[in-house]
Design a protein around this ligand. Structure first.
Ligand code: GRF
Length: 220
């Protein structure tokens, strides 16, 4: 079997995205494996999930460092020690500095619970509702120097429903996150993801599943 891509997963919270990545990596033939899970917060559920799966996991607490760059230097050391080839941010609530970007150029990906470039930043499900958007969704993108600005790899769209709260919309989006994040990792691990400027090409192409979505419906 060919070498599997070694992932380093960074998380701050519950780690449901980490869990689906663990599950996929355990499937026969998935082209990636998790080398290490790192949380910046000792209470992160992600650490517990990694322990349960027998995956190396550690906490590097950002509060123990004088600044963002010192924290990122410790992250880079831990990731390099584990032989990580792709850094996967899975609910990681820290801003990445150039220390990480230079150590892993175009090798850091993030998942964001909105359809970028709409609604970067925080509390984005509430923002989509408050704006009156008819659709939201999720985006997997490469990380660059900005906040949620890097080249887009894959997106999934969900409708915003009249009765939605931030929580119900977040749950609908999360269901799709769990599908697109493993898929993005698979495509990268297969060497099918090419980046040129802002444009990401999938080679060979994988056509979208839908032609158009309309909300509210054209009928009734
Ligand atoms: C997800 O909605 C992700 O898009 C955002 O943080 C949340 C993390 O959820 N960046 P989990 O920890 O993977 O369950």
């Amino acid at each position: 079997m060919t070498q599997r891509l070694r992932l380093g997963i960074l998380a701050s919270g519950g780690g449901s995205n980490l869990q689906v990545i663990i599950d996929h990596c355990q499937e026969h033939g998935f082209p990636a494996e998790i080398a290490v899970v790192i949380a910046n917060n000792p209470d992160a559920g992600a650490l517990e999930r990694a322990h349960r799966a027998g995956i190396p996991a550690r906490c590097i607490n950002h509060r123990d460092f004088a600044g963002r760059e010192a924290f990122d230097t410790a992250l880079v050391t831990a990731l390099q020690e584990a032989g990580v080839q792709l850094v996967v941010l899975a609910g990681f609530m820290r801003i990445i500095t150039k220390v990480m970007l230079e150590a892993f150029p175009q090798r850091i990906i993030n998942i964001h619970p909105a359809l970028l470039p709409a609604f970067p930043g925080l509390h984005v499900q509430q923002q989509a509702i408050d704006y009156g958007a008819r659709f939201s969704g999720c985006t997997v993108h490469f990380v660059d120097g900005g906040v949620d600005t890097g080249p887009i790899i894959i997106q999934a769209v969900v409708p915003v429903l009249p009765e939605d709260t931030a929580d119900t919309l977040a749950a609908r989006i999360l269901e799709q996150e769990h599908k697109i994040y493993p898929r993005a990792i698979q495509l990268i691990a297969q060497g099918r993801v090419l980046v040129e400027g802002r444009t990401v090409t999938i080679d060979p192409p994988a056509a979208p599943q839908a032609t158009a979505l309309v909300n509210p419906s054209l009928k009734n």
